[in-house]
Design a protein around this ligand. Structure first.
Ligand code: GLU
Length: 470
């Protein structure tokens, strides 16, 4: 194969693309770009029970939001369309029958009850449950039974006692014994392929050169290798990426973590920061750099340098990195654009970001950017305090005093020095710390330098924030 062609093959069974699959997508994308190849999305929707309405659309839109753009896929087509397995059913049947012809697969009519009994028997004997080839020798009878509309599946005929192996770019040689491989169902009675048949047929037909996927698929690969062999097809290159882990080394799971990729965007993580962080999962920059753009990752990354031990996905570390992007990587203009986009449906914050005096806005952002790690935290910094039913009398008295003092400042005098002088007076007269003024205006104990923030808000808006106490 001359051209590098990589793919991800998500199943539309969740709310969105899993963050671990986003990592797999990033590596496939970067590897294809590095080798001037193509990156493909194929939707594997053959497990009909587990399909979720809207999941495919969500997966595709999340990939786009992260800038992981694909060259071929279900919504954009391509030379090997269709890219959704449920639209390719006749193909799988054709290939399954080809294997039956070759004796590499066979029809099986066993009932659920028989399979269940077999399984129980094997379990009782402490054997790994597997199919006993009961239907293997019934090819002639099989045709008759099928003609009578009896339900059947097609199984892979695994020959016993074969030592086999495949090369994994990340893990080296992986060997297996055919006795460990079950006579896997390839085509189900509903006419849908199982994952194993679908994935091998499509990866071959779509000319996928490198199969880069998560470690959890290693145990399936021997079945795939047997299938490639049975078809007489050339093996692609395999690479099994490590699975991301929590700081306590447990697997990331829906029950414990935010796992859906779009959650990170909703929390105000920047896509480029998330990708930068993911690129460091199992790989390190040759110069030990931590912050670099994806273009640099594409240039420097090599699949064989990925470390197979499960890397730690630590949200706190990601937050730190996101903070670096907000503070040091984005320009203030870019940050304002991102914030405007992020708060497009939040009237108050959006209005604050639309100040026509851009000098004032820039200085506000310069103050804010070193104090936030996510776009979401910006709101905590600048929004009015939450409405409350009841205020302490102390608070009300302080708010009144502050209102009187600030009202006395002439509009032309509303600047940092004058405000600071008045805040000091307030603090002295009321015998409270200046922090109280900040709490009154923002509802939080700390955040932006108050005089600067009040200049940004302006006199009217500042006084308005105090009105609610009186
Ligand atoms: N459909 C599988 C999944 O859900 C694809 C695994 C593979 O990449 O082969 O991830």
């Amino acid at each position: 194969m001359t051209q590098v062609r990589t793919r991800i093959a998500p199943s539309p069974t969740g709310d969105d693309i899993h963050i671990g699959n986003l990592y797999t997508a990033l590596i496939n994308f970067a590897f294809a770009k590095k080798h001037k190849g193509k990156f493909i999305i194929r939707i594997e929707d053959t497990d009909r029970q587990r399909i979720r309405e809207g999941a495919q659309e969500k997966i595709l839109s999340s990939l786009k939001s992260f800038g992981i753009l694909y060259d071929e896929g279900p919504d954009i087509g391509g030379p090997f369309a269709p890219y959704r397995q449920s639209d390719r059913l006749p193909l799988y049947k054709k290939y399954a029958l080809e294997l039956v012809e070759k004796g590499a697969a066979y029809y099986c009519f066993c009932t659920k009850e028989r399979l269940e009994a077999l399984r129980e028997e094997q379990m009782a004997m402490k054997k790994t449950p597997r199919y006993d080839k009961h239907c293997l020798h019934e090819v002639k009878a099989a045709k008759e039974r099928i003609a009578k509309n009896e339900a059947y599946v097609i199984r892979l005929n695994v020959l016993p006692d074969k030592k086999m192996s495949f090369q994994d770019v990340i893990r080296g040689e992986i060997s297996f014994d055919s006795n460990e491989v079950d006579d896997q169902v390839l085509l189900k009675s509903d006419g849908y392929p199982t994952y194993h048949l679908g994935v091998v047929v499509d990866d071959h037909l779509m000319e996928i050169s490198h199969i880069i996927r998560a470690e959890e698929w290693i145990s399936s690969t021997p079945k795939h290798v047997l299938l490639y062999e049975s078809f007489g097809w050339e093996l692609p290159v395999f690479a099994h990426l490590p699975i991301l882990r929590n700081p306590d080394r447990s697997k990331l799971s829906k029950r414990k973590n935010p796992v859906w990729a779009s959650w990170y965007l909703e929390q105000g993580f920047l896509p480029e920061a998330v990708l930068n962080y993911l690129s460091l999962m199992g790989w390190s920059h040759p110069e030990q750099k931590e912050i670099f753009p994806i273009s640099e990752f594409i240039k420097r990354f090599d699949l064989k340098d990925v470390h197979p031990a499960g890397p730690i996905f630590d949200i706190q570390k990601l937050e730190w990195m996101n903070g670096v992007y907000i503070r040091d990587v984005l320009t203030t203009e870019q940050l304002i654009e991102r914030l405007r986009q992020f708060y497009r449906n939040d009237e108050e914050v959006h209005a604050l970001l639309n100040d026509t005096n851009s000098k004032k806005l820039f200085s506000l952002l310069d103050l804010a950017k070193s104090r936030i790690k996510t776009l979401r935290e910006f709101k905590d910094l600048v929004a009015s305090p939450q409405k409350e039913e009841h205020f302490e009398s102390e608070q009300v008295a302080s708010a009144k005093a502050l209102t009187v003092l600030l009202s006395g400042i002439g509009s032309g005098m509303w600047n940092e020095d004058v405000i600071l002088k008045h805040l000091k007076t307030f603090s002295k007269e009321r015998g409270v710390s200046m922090r109280i003024a900040y709490i009154l205006l923002t509802g939080k104990p700390q955040g932006l330098p108050l005089p600067q923030f009040m200049v940004y808000l302006g006199k009217d808006a500042s006084l308005k924030r105090l009105e609610r106490y009186v």
